[in-house]
Design a protein. Structure first.
Length: 323
C-alpha cells in the first residue's frame, strides 16, 4: 500500500477520531445530569459490543473462544478489561466535577504514561524528544490549572476530586494499552475491542441502572446514543487511520482532541448559552491547553527533527545492566 497516497485518508480518519473524542465529554456531561457514570458507561459498552459483534459476525471474523482456554491470554484479556473499564468509569466520574475541556487536557497524561510503561515493560526505545514532550505537557497542565493550583494541592474539594479521578483514568488506561499490545499478537484490533466491550458490559451490569433510561429527556437520550456511537466511530476511525498511515502521525493528530473539546465547548456555549457552559479559563489557561497538545504532539513526532544519535545515547543510558 502506498503510504503517500493513503495519507489524505489517514489524516481525515485521525481528525475524525480527535473530533469524536473531543465532543464525547460534552455529550456525556448532558447525560450525567440524570444518569450515574456506571449506567452511562454500561450503555456505551453494550451498544458498542452489539453493533461491533454484528459487523464481525457478518464478516465471519468473530474471535475464537479458544483464547479463554489459555491462562496467559485470558489473564491479559482480564487485565485489558479492567484497564479499559477503569478508564471509562473514572473518566465519566471526573466529568461530574470538571468541565469537558479539563477532563480531556488531563487525559493527555495517558500517552505519557504509556511511553514510560513501554520502556519499562515492553523494552521499547525512549527518545529524548519524548522526554521533552512530557516536560512540555506537565508545564502545560500547570498553566491550564493556574487558577486552581492552590485548591488542588491544599484542599480536597469537588474540583480536586475531579482532577484526581481524571489522573486515575489516564493512568489506568496505560494498563489497558500495554495489555492490548500483547493481545494484538493473537487477535486483530476489532476482535479485541469486541471482547473488551462485551466483558466490560457484563462486569458493569450489576452496578448499572437501566431503568434510568426512562428518566432521560429526548435531548439527553440523543446525547446518550451519540456517546455509544462515538465509541464505535472514534475507535473504528483510529484503527483505519493506523492501517493507512504511520502510527506516529496518527498519534500526533489525535493529540488535538482537547483543542476540539475547547472549540466545541466555546461554540456551543455561544449558540446555546442556557444549555452549554463555556470553559472558565483565563489567557494563561488557554495557553496551557495549547502547550499540553504541543507537548503530546512533540512526543509523537518530535524525533523527526532530532539527531538520531541523541536517541541512541539516551536509550543506552536508560537500559538496565544486562539488557
Amino acid at each position: 500500500m502506498d503510504t503517500k497516497s493513503q495519507a489524505p485518508i489517514g489524516i481525515m480518519l485521525a481528525i475524525t477520531t480527535a473530533m469524536c473524542w473531543g465532543s464525547l465529554p460534552i455529550a456525556m456531561k448532558q447525560v450525567l445530569v440524570v444518569m450515574d457514570p456506571f449506567t452511562v458507561v454500561w450503555f456505551r459498552f453494550s451498544l458498542a459490543a452489539i453493533v461491533l459483534g454484528c459487523i464481525l459476525a457478518s464478516r465471519h471474523r468473530l474471535p475464537s473462544m479458544l483464547i479463554f482456554k489459555s491462562p496467559r491470554w485470558l489473564i491479559l484479556l482480564l487485565i485489558a478489561t479492567c484497564g479499559l473499564l477503569g478508564n471509562f468509569v473514572l473518566f465519566g466520574s471526573s466529568l461530574q466535577y470538571l468541565s469537558p475541556t479539563a477532563s480531556q487536557v488531563i487525559g493527555q497524561l495517558s500517552p505519557v504514561g504509556m511511553m514510560f510503561a513501554s520502556v519499562v515493560i515492553l523494552k521499547e526505545r525512549m527518545r529524548i524528544t519524548q522526554v521533552i514532550g512530557a516536560g512540555m505537557l506537565i508545564l502545560g497542565l500547570v498553566l491550564f490549572f493556574n487558577t486552581s493550583l492552590i485548591e488542588i494541592f491544599t484542599r480536597l474539594t469537588d474540583y480536586t476530586l475531579g482532577v484526581l479521578l481524571g489522573i486515575g483514568a489516564a493512568m489506568v488506561w496505560v494498563t489497558y494499552g500495554v495489555a492490548q499490545k500483547f493481545l494484538l499478537r493473537q487477535l486483530a484490533s476489532p476482535q479485541i475491542l469486541f471482547l473488551l466491550y462485551t466483558l466490560c458490559s457484563i462486569a458493569l451490569l450489576p452496578l448499572a441502572s437501566p431503568a434510568m433510561l426512562s428518566q432521560l429527556s429526548g435531548w439527553q437520550f440523543a446525547c446518550l446514543l451519540f456517546c455509544g456511537a462515538n465509541t464505535l466511530v472514534g475507535y473504528g476511525a483510529l484503527a483505519e487511520a493506523m492501517a493507512r498511515w504511520q502510527a506516529a502521525q496518527v498519534s500526533a493528530f489525535v493529540t488535538l482532541t482537547p483543542l476540539f473539546t475547547l472549540l466545541f465547548s466555546d461554540l456551543l456555549a455561544l449558540a446555546w448559552p442556557g444549555m452549554f457552559a463555556a470553559p472558565v479559563l483565563n489567557v494563561i489557561g488557554y495557553l496551557g491547553a495549547f502547550v499540553v497538545v504541543a507537548g503530546a504532539m512533540f512526543s509523537a513526532i518530535g524525533h523527526r527533527w532530532w539527531p538520531g544519535r541523541t536517541e541512541l545515547n539516551l536509550v543506552a543510558k536508560l537500559k538496565p545492566p544486562g539488557e
